[in-house]
Design a protein around this ligand. Sequence first.
Ligand code: CMC
Length: 428
Amino acid sequence: MSETNATLKLGDKELTMPVLSGTVGPDVVDIRKLYGQAGVFTYDPGFTSTGSCSSAITYIDGEAGVLLHRGYPIDQLAEQSTFMEVAYLLLHGELPAKDALDNFSYTISRHTMVHEQLATFYRGFRRDAHPMAIMCGVVGALSSFYHDSTDITDPKQREIASHRLIAKMPTIAAMAHKYSIGQPFLYPDNSLSYTGNFLRMTFGVPAEEYIVSPVIERAMDRIFILHADHEQNASTSTVRLAGSSGANPFACMAAGIACLWGPAHGGANEAALNMLREIGDVKRIPEYIARAKDKDDPFRLMGFGHRVYKNFDPRAKVMKQTADEVLAELNISDPVLDVAKELEQIALNDPYFIEKKLYPNVDFYSGVILNAIGFPTEMFTALFALARTVGWVAQWNEMISDPEQKIGRPRQLYTGPTQRDYVPVGQR
Ligand code: CMC
């Protein structure tokens, strides 16, 4: 990182702070010594201007609609790579040679089973439990089963925990689905690909052979690639924050899952499809556009807008194309897709959305595809969590190995009462 300086005038004090440059993207003002030197904090709710770490994994240029993993554009990865290869890339920094990829895929496949006792955990959940509720609980509970990979100071244990998390997440998500529909769990079949195995565990039954459709397998793999990592988003920052205290990786991932669940983040794919269904007919679109623009109505167009992308979300482009391919392959004509396409066109030409730079995000079309494949809406965010685990794990590893890593501990602007004396209850 090269260094220049920034100067801050604060009353009669003048402070000099280094400006750090990354390989690409905006420079950052290094304010680490600000409080020590000037006795003030910075104020940035929602971290809109704050870099919380340095990272070499993912780069986003929101104005230009660019997303790079370790330098590779997301559209090239989605079109030419596989989820396993992208997982390797995110974890190790380089695309693997064939042998390295084979070894990595083999290692992951050897960790796909979960401890048999874990199956009994599911029975404790209500039959209609949301899969994300199950995922939060079960992933956190992994730390009670795999003690041999919770010492975060040991790089080998960190590697094993990372492999376990990536490998077991499809099994855990598929089991959550099976539990909710009252079907028996299926053990993994390691002769299948990562994604094929997940499809079989989700849609297969023990009584019949399940043939994985190559088109659906490819589409699903692409959806996983599109969700694999996204820089310092809310859930990834949550994983890093939880991990900064030294918490074990399973607990950190459970924290990430909890954060991802919210409708402003990963829960948007479920909310977007529900919204498209609620609109139901292209004739009703103007009514919903009007509601989205109405300041007194909390309604927002789900699957629209992004904190970072102020141009098209590059993932949404690939997702839209995948939606067309999957529906053609399955020979489905889904009125929801017609509503989505029309809504997109109307919103993109509306001054409100143009001025606020609101474009479809990754979640706008993913629900249409997942619905066509046969996933219930409640599973959508669980699929996001499955794929994002790779990013969380890569970011968590990067953080633990970073010599500058410290416990995450933001400061605040206090607006409560100043010191006052306790008043006994009878005198209040
Ligand atoms: N529909 C209508 N208006 C919107 C929308 C929307 N989807 N998104 C933002 N706006 C308006 C918002 O009302 C605000 O207007 P004003 O400046 O007049 O108050 C302005 O645009 C800026 O919005 P913001 O909430 O300050 O922006 P943010 O960066 O804090 O929020 C967001 C980003 C993604 C939370 C928000 O756009 C949103 O709620 N979108 C819908 C949920 C969604 O699709 N989330 C998935 C994000 S992509 C997947 C992921 O990363 O998890």
